[in-house]
Design a protein around this ligand. Structure first.
Ligand SMILES: [Ca+2]
Ligand SMILES: [Ca+2]
Ligand SMILES: [Ca+2]
Length: 343
């Protein structure tokens, strides 16, 4: 692991990490620390590639911030893993260049800065307690932090995940979709309290392993073209139109395998078919809630444009995915299809 710190503030982090890793000269964890490193000009890619993980810290104005951002992006592109710690991901403090391309840094660049003391208490702060980065992290305070970790409303960073917020609701910890670049915003080691080093330890291990944990996928039952079997899909000419797909509610009491209430599915999150078509009529946020299969419980009926689904000759089944309203839980169901006309 290679650590670039600024302002000489990395000594406490280094010592804490060595302690957490049970470091000894023989355990194979090699640390290399550049004091003041991130204020200087960017390193050479060949230097970075000697390390599995690079940790950077910016609480100063980097020399050649574009060069920094480009070489770090190159490093990750060549298989490296990165933890970016920062006081603020705002002009004058952040790395620029390719590291800010979509899919790389989970940070959202903000104009201007507003630094506040912040605290994180696991009992009161919004966070994903199951995320590997947050394991054992219960309490951190910091005298300064800017509001910089990802803005899910920013389309360039929509794929990044906010793992934790400070108690005041400002973003705190984020990670990119590939799980190889983590971002943490708090004023650095000299001042933080409690689990700050553990947070970095977890982040380093997470990006090293690329293991962000997978959300559980809830399997549910769909019926493509309710009332029809086989489910013939006409992919040509006038007959194409829309495909109705029912998400069926199930209940263990009725002899089904799982309890599932189809009316809790957010219709705006559903995707269907190889091209992941959204529901037809996106301007109408709701699907049709009705008892599609006549078994007494309410189901959710949605329609999809056949052309948008990407279904084509050779396909024998189609999958619908989505999310439960107000939840990160991913759901998926699959049913058979018979594509016509096909020779
Ligand atoms: Ca059917
Ligand atoms: Ca049912
Ligand atoms: Ca029903």
């Amino acid at each position: 692991m290679l650590l670039f710190g600024s302002d000489g503030l990395n000594a406490k982090l280094q010592l804490a990490l060595l302690d957490l890793y049970g470091w000894s000269p023989t355990n194979g964890v090699e640390f290399n620390v550049f004091l003041g490193g991130s204020c200087a000009g960017p390193p050479q890619i060949g230097n970075l590639l000697q390390y599995d993980v690079v940790v950077t810290w910016t609480a100063c104005t980097p020399t050649n911030p574009v060069g920094w951002g480009n070489v770090l992006a190159d490093y990750v592109g060549l298989g490296g893993a990165l933890v970016i710690g920062t006081l603020a991901w705002s002009p004058g403090l952040e790395f620029e260049g390719d590291i800010n391309l979509p899919g790389n840094s989970p940070f959202h660049v903000v104009d201007g800065s507003s630094f506040f003391a912040r605290s994180f208490h696991e009992n009161t702060a919004t966070h994903d307690a199951t995320h590997p980065i947050m394991q054992g992290v219960t309490l951190i305070a910091t005298p300064f932090s800017d509001l910089v970790v990802p803005d899910p409303g920013d389309p360039d960073h929509a794929a990044a995940t906010v793992v934790a917020y400070w108690d005041d609701g400002k973003p705190f910890v984020g990670i990119n979709e590939s799980c190889n670049i983590a971002g943490i915003t708090l004023y650095p080691p000299r001042f933080w309290t409690d689990d700050g080093a553990l947070l970095f330890f977890n982040a380093i291990n997470t990006v090293f392993s690329r293991d962000c944990g997978e959300p559980d996928i809830i399997e549910f039952t769909i019926d493509i073209k309710p009332g029809s079997d086989p489910n013939s899909i006409n992919v040509r000419g006038r007959g194409r139109g829309n495909i109705p797909v029912a998400i069926l509610s199930t209940s263990v009491a009725d002899g089904d395998a799982v309890d599932f209430d189809a009316t809790t599915v957010d219709p705006l999150t559903v995707e269907f078919g190889p091209d992941e078509a959204g529901k037809a009529h996106p301007g109408q946020p709701l699907g049709h809630i009705e008892d599609v299969d006549g078994d007494g419980d309410l189901d959710l009926l949605l329609h999809f444009s056949t052309a948008d689904t990407g279904l084509a000759c050779g396909d024998t089944e189609a999958t619908l995915t989505g999310q439960i309203r107000g939840s990160e839980e991913v759901i998926a169901g699959t049913d058979s299809v018979k594509i016509v006309p096909c020779r």
